[in-house]
Design a protein around this ligand. Structure first.
Ligand code: ZN
Length: 242
C-alpha cells in the first residue's frame, strides 16, 4: 500500500495540481492523506477545497481551516495571515464550510497518527525542537505520527530521546523500531528556503517514507494573489520559500 502525504496546501491550487500530477506520474497510490490548513494565504480557497475533497481520502483540520469557519478567532494570527483568513471567509461556498466543519483533529491510519500541529494540541502547537517531539510521544498511541503546521520538512527519530533531522528532495526515511514524527513540509507555502512544493510518499511494502519537491508556476500564483488583493508579504514569500 502506498499513500501520499500532503500538508499546508494553503489555497495554492497550482502547487497542488503539480503535486497531484507528480503523484500520478510515480504510479498509483492507494490514497492521499491531508494534514490540514487547506486554506489561508493563497488565492484559490474554493477550488482548493473542492480538489482536496475529490482527491484526499482523509484529512484533518488545521488552525487556518478552523479560523476560516470561525471555530477560532483571528487574534492569534499575524496581521497578514488574519487578513487572508477574512478574505478567504468571503469566498467559501456553503459546501466548503460544511466540509471544513466535518474535519477531525486527529485520525489513526494503521501505524500512523495524522494531525496538524501536534498530537497534544492539533490546532496550535508547532513541533520544532527535539524536546517538543519528546513531549509529544505520550499523546499518540501509534508508532509514527505525521504532522504539518511549521511548513518545514522535518524528521524526529525517537528512542530514549528524539533526534531532529531536516528532510530535502529525495530523503528516504526507513521505518523501523524507533518512533518517528514526520513533517512532509508544505505544498502551498514552503518555509525552508526551497520554494518548491513539498510532500511525501509512504510505501508500506518497502517500509519507507520519501520526501519529494515539485516545481510549479510561482509567478502565476503570485499574479492571482495580487489581483485578489492579498497581502504583499504573503505574495513575496512564495518565491523565496521563507
Ligand atoms: Zn499552515
Amino acid at each position: 500500500m502506498k499513500y501520499a502525504v500532503l500538508a499546508d496546501v494553503h489555497a495554492n491550487l497550482t502547487a497542488l495540481e503539480m503535486i497531484l500530477k507528480d503523484i500520478d506520474n510515480r504510479g498509483s497510490v492507494d490514497g492521499i492523506w491531508c494534514l490540514g490548513d487547506i486554506v489561508g494565504y493563497g488565492p484559490d480557497p474554493h477550488q482548493r477545497i473542492e480538489l482536496v475533497r475529490q482527491r484526499c481520502s482523509v484529512c484533518v483540520a488545521g488552525n487556518h481551516d478552523w479560523a476560516t469557519i470561525r471555530k477560532i478567532g483571528t487574534n492569534h494570527f499575524n496581521v497578514a495571515a488574519g487578513d487572508a483568513i477574512v478574505w478567504t471567509r468571503k469566498r467559501l461556498k456553503p459546501e466548503d464550510v460544511k466540509y471544513a466543519e466535518s474535519l477531525p483533529l486527529t485520525i489513526e491510519m494503521g501505524d500512523f497518527t495524522l494531525t496538524h500541529g501536534s498530537p497534544r494540541d492539533p490546532i496550535w502547537e508547532y513541533i520544532l525542537s527535539e524536546a517538543e517531539a519528546q513531549e509529544s510521544l505520550k499523546y499518540f498511541k501509534t508508532h509514527y505520527c505525521l504532522i504539518g503546521n511549521s511548513h518545514l520538512p522535518l524528521l524526529f527519530q525517537c528512542e530514549k530521546s528524539c533526534a531532529l533531522s531536516e528532510l530535502s528532495d529525495g530523503s528516504v526515511i526507513k521505518l523501523g523500531e524507533k518512533r518517528l514524527i514526520i513533517n512532509p513540509g508544505s505544498v502551498g507555502q514552503p518555509r525552508d528556503n526551497d520554494p518548491r512544493a513539498s510532500y511525501a510518499i509512504y510505501d508500506g511494502e518497502a517500509g519507507t517514507v520519501t520526501l519529494h519537491r515539485v516545481e510549479y508556476d510561482i509567478p502565476a500564483v503570485q499574479l492571482r494573489m495580487k489581483e485578489s488583493g492579498l497581502p504583499e508579504k504573503l505574495i513575496k514569500r512564495l518565491a523565496s520559500g521563507q
